[in-house]
Design a protein around this ligand. Structure first.
Ligand code: FES
Length: 118
């Protein structure tokens, strides 16, 4: 069971429990289920509207899954991921702090998700 705290300067932080392991549950889906107002548009990793900043609280835990090429290219377009960082992620398995909520799968780890940053 993972706990995910959604944080935005305009709203009170809200922590929700997530059942990990379905490999289909995205952060955006979880947010919608819990009425967290993360902005979104395409829901397919193309527009960048659902940009979030993620802090991993579980040491040595899973890191939210690898970024797809599509997510990497949108994050690069938004200036949130450099080519060097993308390479480092691939080599050292270091997660980026910036993700797309509609692409990030919930894993069994505790997170803080900041939203409303665009
Ligand atoms: S809603 Fe478009 S990238 Fe997530």
């Amino acid at each position: 069971m993972a706990t995910i705290t959604f944080s935005n300067p305009e709203y009170k932080d809200k922590t929700v429990y997530a059942v990990a392991g379905s490999h289909t549950e995205t952060i955006l889906k979880l947010a919608k289920q819990n009425k967290i107002p993360i902005a979104f548009n395409c829901e397919d990793g193309n527009c960048g509207t659902c940009l979030i900043k993620v802090t991993h609280l579980t040491k040595n835990g899973p890191k939210g899954g690898p970024l797809t090429d599509k997510e990497q290219s949108v994050l690069k377009e938004l200036g949130k991921l450099s080519g060097d960082e993308a390479e480092q992620m691939a080599v050292d398995d270091i997660p980026t702090r910036w993700r797309l909520a509609c692409q990030m799968i919930v894993r069994d780890e505790d997170l803080v998700v900041e939203y409303g940053l665009t």
